[in-house]
Design a protein around this ligand. Structure first.
Ligand code: SAM
Length: 283
């Protein structure tokens, strides 16, 4: 990890041949996000877009860090509540502090199916996690719930007859149609047994601290199209299928914050994503 993502990292950009080679020529959300987090799995084209995002909205670095911190707090809570299997959709590049590491601090037997649409993120995941028991990494578009839930990479790791933690961290803003985002989440939830859980974070359209329109404008450079930040009302609809735990749908930094660690460099809690965690109740 490097402290300032504007500093070129010392690690080499990923080199993956064959089918995913072309994807390295264009920026990807997974690699730009890795750059913003201070990782090393990105190329010049990703760093270029990452710098453009920072120029457009300098809070983008604290925004992604806060999202990562929410992932840790949400997965820890779910593991403490007894969830020991997770479906992590739009999981990105599995850098430090990923879902199975967090969950296994509480439940060493936790199982995780990582799914991402980006072939380079998946190639990274396979390299890093391919031999980790109880973990799978596969490529799919989260907008196809039935395909994902029946895919061998997922069914090999998850038992859908038992509660599952469905994780959607900073990914639904890549689904442009709000009705579709809502329907897709409900379709997953309808396949999960009571006691399952949903954890979501999502880029906000109506956080007065953040220029979401600027982030959307710059993100037109993504080959799959720009991000779609959403309002609190739109997000409330997307998470309506679960019973939210306190404090409900709030900015990520307000969701069960931890006391600041002495000497923590993170400064003020930031902004940008709204977040929520809830459980599927008996139908
Ligand atoms: C901002 S990153 C978030 C990564 C990770 N969830 C986290 O919070 O650390 C968004 C990720 O969603 C993935 N993604 C975007 N659209 C997707 C889709 N339709 N299906 C699956 N993954 C998608 C991107 O490839 C990228 O890895």
């Amino acid at each position: 990890m490097v402290d300032d993502p504007r500093t070129p990292p010392t690690g080499l950009p990923v080199r993956v041949g064959g089918a995913v080679g072309d994807d390295l020529e264009r920026p990807s959300s997974a690699r730009v996000y890795d750059f913003l987090l201070g990782g090393t799995s990105h190329g010049e084209v990703d760093r270029g877009l990452g710098r453009d995002l920072i120029d457009a909205e300098p809070l983008v670095v604290p925004i992604v860090r806060e999202n990562r911190s929410f992932l840790r707090r949400a997965v820890t809570l779910l593991a403490r509540e007894g969830i020991d299997q997770f479906l992590d959709l739009g999981s990105g590049i599995p850098t430090m502090g990923n879902t199975h590491e967090v969950a296994r601090r509480v439940r060493p037997d936790a199982r995780v199916a990582y799914v991402d649409v980006d072939p380079v993120a998946v190639a990274h995941g396979e390299l890093l996690l391919g031999h980790t028991d109880g973990v799978s990494v596969s490529q799919a578009d989260l907008r196809r719930p039935a395909e994902i839930l029946d895919a061998p990479a997922v069914t090999a790791v998850l038992d859908l007859a038992r509660p599952v933690g469905l994780l959607l961290f900073s990914v639904l803003q890549h689904v442009p149609d709000t009705d579709e985002a809502h329907t897709v989440v409900d379709e997953y939830l309808s396949r999960l047994v009571p006691g399952s859980a949903l954890a979501v974070s999502h880029l906000s359209a109506d956080d007065p601290r953040v220029d979401a329109a600027a982030l959307r404008r710059v993100s037109h450079a993504y080959p799959r199209g720009p991000v779609t930040p959403r309002s609190a009302a739109e997000l409330a609809r997307i998470v309506a299928g679960v019973e939210l735990v306190d404090p409900g749908l709030v900015f990520a930094a307000q969701w069960r914050p931890e006391p600041p660690r002495p000497g923590s460099p993170n400064g003020e809690p930031c902004c940008g994503h709204r977040a929520a965690v809830g459980f599927v109740r008996a139908r």
